[in-house]
Design a protein around this ligand. Structure first.
Ligand code: TXA
Ligand code: MG
Length: 515
């Protein structure tokens, strides 16, 4: 229903320089809040959708603008600690200690509410969530608006939280009175929520203030166990955590495991999509972004800085909504520090669809294919190039070697002429001698003829996976050398190899499909 809401208000967008905050704009925005209107504004975590927290009607408007269920309570934002007294019934000592350590900042605390806070703001609960943000524009607005500003993230319910005013406009244009544009936010994931009404205090939502940071100040802190186990049947303590938040349009799958396996698995999955005529989106990191060969790839930040990943997370998820991708695969990231919050949001966006990279790649028997001919300047290199041009379900290193190679000879000119006539080339190829290194556990060695196979079997000690090409594809054909013969013979060898390589690709792909 959200999409069909008719635009009903003119939304003013005002750019604010945080180094020189324009008082007139702040006063104008504050006046809108005081008379019950809605103003979206930047905070250090994400953009908020502000309303007067003490005005029941204003809360209703907030829920309407977001298309949010009214049982999902709002966070009340204050600008100075002294404002806390009026809205909470009791301030535990540990809350004072946490406020001293982390306010202003990305920490929300839950208290017993006072009668000053309407149930419309708390979604009917007797508790109230309070945060004192660090962003100066936010604090100036809160003061101008009367001191108590309720603000959920300024996205339509179910979309990724906004981290720039452009994101807010996408979702809220026509639904709010004003948007204060303070540029991109600093942190990028919502505040840590801690329930101070229980002992020990309990984290209901992970954020930039981590469990370790909290415990360093107040001792033991527990974590809402629904955050830890995906199959928990209990409802999360923060009502908002139960919704499929932050969801991109295309289904998202997280691929977990050793980073090498993760990249291989995503490549394989993206390629499988490509073969079906579909497009995969890929969430990669600076370290891995260049390794992907199919799909639409986006760099979420560097693994060396978890905060860079937090900052880009929602932007990347939103960008994928603009692309026509059929599904999205994301690498997984270390869940320590702010990474815990990143993985929590990513897991929610993925509706807990997580797969193990090792499971995807373990079915790959060979990772390397080596074609062996006599002098590695014609049949082997042609076979290798033909295989590289096949659509393969899995990634292989494809090479060629010769049994008798005395120097790095270039390709045979007739072979190259045939390749050129078929819009291919052996350019850059240099003959290399076969060696014991080519007998790795994960390498498939395919010779052109029987004698090459037998020479390898008799000359080397640990021989595995050595076949003639014809034997491996079960055609039994030998690939004779055209050496010294007219061009036409080279053409025949090419055609023979082409047919055999198509069968080889089918066989390799068939094995990949048998899972
Ligand atoms: O960083 C943030 O916290 C941002 C910025 C704008 O300050 N705000 C934000 O608000 O993320 P929102 O409404 O998108 O998320 C608030 C979360 C929801 O999951 C809600 O259920 C929970 O806080 N919450 C609010 N009051 C609560 C209460 N009394 N008890 C339990 N959970 C509460
Ligand atoms: Mg939200």
């Amino acid at each position: 229903m959200n999409n069909v809401i008719i635009k009903f208000m003119k939304t003013l967008v005002k750019r604010i320089d945080r180094n020189k905050i324009d008082d007139d704009i702040i006063l104008q925005a504050g006046a809108i809040l005081q008379r019950g209107g809605l103003v979206a504004f930047p905070t250090e975590t994400v953009y908020g959708l502000g309303a007067n927290a003490l005005d029941e009607e204003a809360a209703k408007k907030t829920y309407e603008a977001k298309g949010r269920p009214a049982d999902n309570p709002l966070i009340v934002h204050i600008a100075e600690l002294s404002y806390l007294d009026k809205i909470v019934a009791d301030i535990p000592k540990k809350a004072i200690e946490l406020a001293a350590a982390f306010w202003p900042g990305p920490l929300t605390m839950i208290f017993e509410k006072s009668s000053a806070v309407p149930y419309g703001t708390t979604g009917g609960l007797d508790t109230v969530a309070v945060r004192l943000p660090d962003d100066e524009i936010a604090r100036a607005l809160i003061l101008a608006g009367g001191g108590y500003v309720s603000a959920p993230s300024a996205n339509t319910s179910g979309r990724p939280s906004p981290t720039s005013s452009r994101h807010v406009e996408e979702d809220m244009d026509g639904r709010v009175d004003m948007i204060l544009d303070g540029g991109s936010v600093d942190i990028g994931v919502e505040s840590t929520i801690v329930d101070m009404t229980v002992t020990p205090p309990m984290i209901l939502r992970p954020g930039a203030v981590t469990k370790g940071m909290l415990e360093a100040v107040i001792g033991e802190v527990q974590v809402d166990k629904t955050l830890l186990s995906e199959c928990s049947i209990e409802a999360p303590k923060a009502p908002g955590m139960k919704y499929r938040h932050y969801a991109p349009k295309a289904p998202l799958t997280i691929v977990e495991g050793d980073i090498k396996d993760v990249v291989r698995a995503i490549k394989q999955l993206a390629f499988a999509m490509h073969r079906q005529g579909k497009t995969a989106g890929i969430i990669a990191s600076s370290e891995t972004v260049s390794l992907y060969t199919s799909g639409i790839v986006k760099n979420i930040g560097t693994r060396a800085s978890q905060s860079s990943i937090a900052k880009n997370l929602y932007k990347v998820l939103r960008e994928f909504d603009e692309e026509s991708v059929d599904c999205i695969y994301s690498e997984s990231f270390a869940a320590d520090g702010i990474g815990r919050a990143v993985m929590n949001r990513l897991e929610k966006a993925a509706a807990h669809q997580i797969i193990d990279a090792a499971e995807v790649v373990k079915h790959q028997e060979y990772r390397r294919v080596v074609f062996v001919s006599t002098s590695d300047n014609c049949r082997g290199p042609v076979a290798a190039e033909l295989l590289r041009n096949q659509e393969l379900l899995q990634e292989y290193v494809i090479e060629s070697r010769g049994m008798i190679v005395l120097f790095p000879e270039p390709p045979n000119p007739k072979a190259e002429a045939i390749m050129k006539s078929r819009r291919m080339t052996l350019e850059g190829q240099e003959a290399k001698a076969f060696s014991a290194e080519d007998l790795d556990e994960d390498t498939l060695v395919l010779t052109m003829e029987e004698p090459q196979k037998w020479k390898i079997i008799t000359d080397y000690e640990y021989v595995r996976h050595v076949y003639t090409l014809g034997e491996f594809i079960e055609s039994g054909e030998e690939v004779p050398s055209a050496h010294g013969q007219p061009l036409a013979e080279y053409g025949k060898t090419f055609e023979l190899l082409k047919g055999m390589i198509i069968k080889l690709a089918d066989k390799l792909n068939g094995a990949a499909g048998e899972k």
